[in-house]
Write a protein that binds this ligand. Sequence first.
Ligand SMILES: *Cc1c(COP(=O)(O)O)cnc(C)c1O
Length: 234
Amino acid sequence: MNLPIYLDYHATTPVDPRVLEVMLPFFTQTFGNPASRNHKFGWAASTAVENARKQVAKLINASAREIVFTSGATESNNLAIKGVAQRYSDRSNHIITVATEHKGVLDSAKRLAQDGFRLTLARVHSDGLVDLENLSEAMTERTLMVSVMAANNEIGVLQPLAEIGRMCHERGVLFHTDTAQAAGKIPLDVEAMKIDLLSIAGHKMYAPKGIGALYVRRRGSPVALTPLPDGGGH
Ligand SMILES: *Cc1c(COP(=O)(O)O)cnc(C)c1O
């Protein structure tokens, strides 16, 4: 027998049979549009979406109204970085991230750099941990956001989120973290870690492909975003 064994769970996971079971009725029976506000089909779907929102929020100590559903962590990262940049471009024009981030963050930040933003890539030490001194020195009056991932998708190093959150908070800088490799695996707490935006990928933790979430802070100092696709308020 020569059966291959799948060991690449950092690339994607299968759907958990329990997840599949809970989702199945929504394909054929409870199929309403959750944005249909005036009939039962819509209400049933909306109740399910709101329940899912609560479950995602609970995982990271957020409140349900702070969760935006997306197609995955790539879209969450794009929305966090470009959405914030567009919204606050009159105030600040500098973004800091790290050379070892995922493409969804790096390429979003590079796009902003093409559009006139200033971009700094903070250094990492030989173990992959971000150089906190270098990060702190990079922050200026014009810095809008720092984006540092929670767990690296290639080498698994865990960045000190609480420390970075505290540094950002003290300087009035927004803190975004891509937790595609961390959510559901290590404790994450947007309050304790002073996180303003947090990206989640469903398919890295037993959800189907095509589902993600972005946490956007609304408690304390709320964060505003310019949506990427117009007209998708729901
Ligand atoms: C997989 C991954 C992404 C992309 O997530 P998708 O949901 O596939 O778009 C982003 N960031 C990290 C760290 C990842 O591991």
